[in-house]
Design a binder for this molecule. Structure first.
Ligand code: HEC
Length: 164
């Protein structure tokens, strides 16, 4: 092989390698752009983390959702017109849920049978009358004084059926 041929051979290989490298660079540039949109820049993640922790630190110590609180009263849909026709579930969702889903203020949580067992043992009549007249921090009828006793009983039945 003469030197001219070797040179040509070299340039051929060299240009192939160059094209490969350029192609790879472009590919990496595209991919990094694609991935950049998936993940946040570390400084952004840092900021978000700081924000999250700050929110945790500064959040209210307690969220007592007492129905006697005027703000909660507003948030609790006032059922008037069709009070007679409501199912237990409807009453529950409209009135009782605010306390009995989260267990706020020590309310026994719906679905947690261990929190209800002792109360159920007192008998249904006692549960009915406590729900209707109020017990501890639970206001009478959960604060929805416009509801009938039967509405409340239906809601108690609903809670019990979900909690045993
Ligand atoms: C403002 C929050 C709140 C609302 C609203 C609320 N409850 Fe309660 N409820 C409680 C708390 C707190 C207790 C536990 C009271 C205690 O034992 O000192 C409780 C207890 C009960 C009990 C158990 C009573 C017993 O004898 O042990 C029943 C039944 C009950 N609630 C039904 C209802 C129904 C039905 C509604 C909706 C009409 C409702 N609650 C709405 C807070 C609430």
């Amino acid at each position: 092989m003469d030197s001219k041929n070797t040179d040509r051979e070299f340039y051929k290989i060299f240009s192939v390698v160059m094209i490969f490298i350029i192609g790879l660079t472009i590919l990496i540039a595209i991919l990094s752009n694609v991935f950049a949109s998936y993940s946040l820049h570390p400084s952004e993640q840092y900021k978000q983390e700081i924000q999250k922790r700050e929110n945790q630190r500064t959040k209210p110590v307690a969220n007592i959702n007492l129905a006697s609180n005027p703000i909660i009263k507003q948030a609790t849909p006032i059922i008037t017109a069709s009070a007679g026709k409501l199912s237990g579930e409807e009453v529950y969702n409209a009135v009782c849920m605010s306390c009995h889903t989260s267990g706020v203020a020590g309310a026994p949580v719906i679905g947690k049978s261990d929190q209800w067992a002792e109360r159920i043992a007192q008998g249904k009549q006692s549960l009915y009358s406590n729900a209707i007249n109020g017990i501890g921090v639970m206001p009478a009828k959960g604060g929805a004084s416009n509801l009938s006793d039967d509405n409340i009983k239906a809601a108690v039945d609903y809670i019990l059926s979900e909690s045993n």
